[in-house]
Design a protein around this ligand. Structure first.
Ligand SMILES: [Zn+2]
Length: 133
C-alpha cells in the first residue's frame, strides 16, 4: 500500500479497530491498514469492496471524514445509489478518467477538491428545500 506520510509503497500491517483505537471503540473488529514505518493507519476495506491502496496521514484522515460527511449522505438519504454518487464524483474530479473513492485520495489538493465537489452535490441533492426560499 502507498503510505502518504512516508511517500512510498509499504508492506502494511493489517490490524483491527481495537488495535488502533482500543477495545471500547465501536469499530473494533473492522480491518485497518497500518504503516510499519511511521505508524499511520487508515481503513483497509469497507464491506465487500476491494481494499484501499492508500494509508492516509493525520491530515488526510481528517479530510476523509469531512468529505464522507457530505458525500455519504447522498446514498444514505437515498438520493442516489453509492455507485451513482461515486460516478458523479469521478466525473467532477477526474472527468471520468478513473473511479472515485474517498479513501484513495493521496494529496491535500485532491482532498480539498473532493470536499468542494461533495459539498456541491450535497447542496444540489439534499438541501433542495432551501433553494426555493
Ligand atoms: Zn508510513
Amino acid at each position: 500500500m502507498f503510505c502518504v506520510n512516508c511517500q512510498k509503497e509499504v508492506d502494511a500491517q493489517i490490524v483491527t479497530g481495537a488495535d488502533v483505537y482500543g477495545l471500547l471503540t465501536f469499530n473494533k473488529s473492522e480491518p485497518f491498514a497500518r504503516c510499519p514505518h511511521c505508524g499511520n493507519y487508515g481503513e483497509y476495506a469497507i464491506d465487500k469492496e476491494p481494499p484501499f491502496s492508500v494509508i492516509p496521514n493525520f491530515e488526510l484522515r481528517k479530510a476523509y471524514n469531512h468529505i464522507d460527511c457530505h458525500f455519504q449522505c447522498l446514498w444514505m438519504q437515498k438520493k442516489m445509489t453509492k455507485a451513482e454518487a461515486e460516478a458523479k464524483m469521478a466525473w467532477l474530479m477526474y472527468n471520468g478518467s478513473h473511479p472515485y473513492r474517498t479513501h484513495e485520495i493521496r494529496t491535500r489538493d485532491e482532498a480539498v477538491k473532493a470536499y468542494r465537489f461533495a459539498k456541491q452535490l450535497y447542496k444540489e441533492y439534499i438541501s433542495d428545500a432551501t433553494k426555493n426560499s
